[in-house]
Design a protein around this ligand. Structure first.
Ligand SMILES: C[S@@+](CC[C@H](N)C(=O)[O-])C[C@H]1O[C@@H](n2cnc3c(N)ncnc32)[C@H](O)[C@@H]1O
Length: 165
């Protein structure tokens, strides 16, 4: 029997929220060595990451790279955006004429992401991100307009979903 069979969808969500919201405070607390080394990123991404607030950077729990180039003007959705590192990197690539929506279910993660929105708007010279609390399995509850995204990314989240379909 797998974890879902043992606990059910709601309980699985609560277990994952507790881990990312309460147990982890920084990337150093991750209880796995399976994730990539966050410092090993392509050269073009480094200046973008350098403009992101250190607290957001320190709470990065993703793995690998979800930022394709050539996103100028794109409308981007980040599923399981956590404390917002990828949202704020993507926001710079999308520019003032694009935007990024981050969705996450964990209050503590969202609180960090939202608390630096004004900081990044000032740093980038434009405010093109919003964060929404919710489940990636229930996007229809979030008031997102159908067909309103050009690019959808997700970094280390679908693996945690009890309802991947
Ligand atoms: C491994 S962390 C990755 C966070 C972020 N993508 C990053 O790269 O730092 C997983 C995140 O996905 C969120 N998450 C997991 N399952 C989710 C679900 N079913 N719906 C919404 N968010 C979810 C967690 O709250 C957590 O913030």
């Amino acid at each position: 029997m797998n974890f879902l069979g043992l606990f059910g969808v709601d309980a699985m969500h609560e277990i994952v929220k507790d881990y990312y919201g309460k147990q982890l405070q920084t990337s150093g607390d991750l209880k796995t060595s399976a994730c990539c080394d966050a410092s090993n990123v392509p050269g073009w991404l480094k200046p973008l990451l350098a403009r992101i607030h250190p607290e957001v950077m320190s709470r990065y729990y993703g793995c690998g790279l979800v930022c394709p180039l050539l996103l100028e003007g794109c409308r981007i959705l980040d599923l399981g955006s956590g404390s917002g590192r990828d949202v704020y990197a993507l926001a710079q690539l999308a520019g003032a004429h694009g935007h990024v929506v981050g969705v996450d279910m964990t209050e503590e993660q969202l609180a960090v992401a939202k608390s630096y929105r004004a900081y990044h708007a000032e740093t980038f010279g434009f405010d093109n991100v919003i964060f929404k609390q919710g489940y990636i399995e229930k996007l229809d509850e979030l008031g997102l307009e159908s067909g309103s995204f050009d690019v959808i990314v997700s970094n280390c989240v679908i693996n945690l979903s009890p309802d991947k379909d």
